[in-house]
Design a protein around this ligand. Sequence first.
Ligand code: AMP
Length: 459
Amino acid sequence: MKILVIGSGGREHALVWKLAQSPHATQLWCAPGNAGIAQEVVGQASRLSPSSKEKIRDRRDACPTKRVECVNISADDLPKLLTFAQEKKIELTVVGPDNPLALGIVDLFQKNGLRIWGPNQKAAQFESSKVFSQRFMEKHGIPTARAGTFSDSTAAKKFAASLGGRCAVKADGLALGKGVLICANEIEANKAIEEILVTKNFGAAGAKIVIQEFLEGMEISLHAICDGKTAKLFPTSQDHKRALDGDKGLNTGGMGTYSPTPFLSDAELKKVGDTILNPWLRGCAEEKINFCGVLYPGIMLLKNGGASVPASRIEARVLEFNARFGDPETQVYLTRLENDLVELLDASVGGTLEKIELKWKPDTSVCVVVASGGYPGNYAKGKIIRGLDDAAKLPGVKVFHAGTAKSGNEIVTNGGRVLGVTALGKDLKAAQAAAYAAVEKIHFDGAHFRRDIAAKALR
Ligand code: AMP
């Protein structure tokens, strides 16, 4: 099968790496990709096998090796992507980021008779409009925070005041992950409302806002792969959004993840999954939303929840929905996933997910993001990255590239989040130690990373 992956981050590197291992994949392209993606080879076996009894099948005999080709087309240049897919006779396109989904790439490709994995524009609204999502959750009984939606700042301020000012003020549309302002009091809430609705700091994305009550607890990520009728839940994972240790500093795209988390037992996860996914699926059917792709709800486990209380007392609230794989959640999920990813995505497109059982390695996976100096603020590009080969030689380690590029014979930094250094281990401690041992081998000018990824789970 000829496959095109759209995107250029660590998530897309993980997708390409896993797709390339499938015997179904014959040729793989990535638009625009990065330096690490360009090193992947179709038909190459995964080298990851720390503690599991996984027998690596080297499929090189079954499928001739071929390098993945990066194509210089931006992820939101829909007309060029369509022309490329038609010219190359792509049989499956896999969309990584939110923006092309919100722009309607799935509708465009389908209209032109191309098979593509990801939600269509209507279904992508779960991420592209927080107002849509909040109303959907309230209408269909999905547990979420108490909230209001507003386009008028006076009404918004009145609602924020009714919450004592402790709230999350959210721009409706996509805002590069920066559209959520957490407020501790009325002064902050009023300032946030003014910034979004009046000063229009987020442009059209801030024409409307959602204000949610502030929820305290343990935040985790859920993922479910869906085919329009069936949703299959992944194990839990946890991201680390803030730039600095101890959840300090500015919000980022995500500085590291691990999976599974110890905060929900299997029974609790099932219960939480059911309370979200059952009404969500019913709501989608009622509103004629055909969601093929990954639904990624951000969840707050309320303070009275946690591993020590019975499943019946776990209280979870959905903070938001994303309509794609998380980054860097994908890196830890795909290093644990045992299923063939081509078969899984194909079943999601074809509506046959019900027949597939998700299988996960028992190992824990930890991903530590190494970022450019200054990120998430301004940062320089073009810094030479050293030590990648040494890191990659360590057992159980896979270094996913995010913001990297090739410059002559060197690999250089080309973005804020540069690498997702990922390791499998027989338990969380082993995986964490392996990931940090690999990070220590890698050097570039200004590199920074958090030293406490997965620490909450070990406390
Ligand atoms: P969102 O993009 O809606 O997930 O918001 C970004 C981040 O803001 C989340 O990952 C949470 O850490 C935080 N957040 C969002 N909504 C709330 C809320 N209602 N209460 C507390 N924190 C929140």
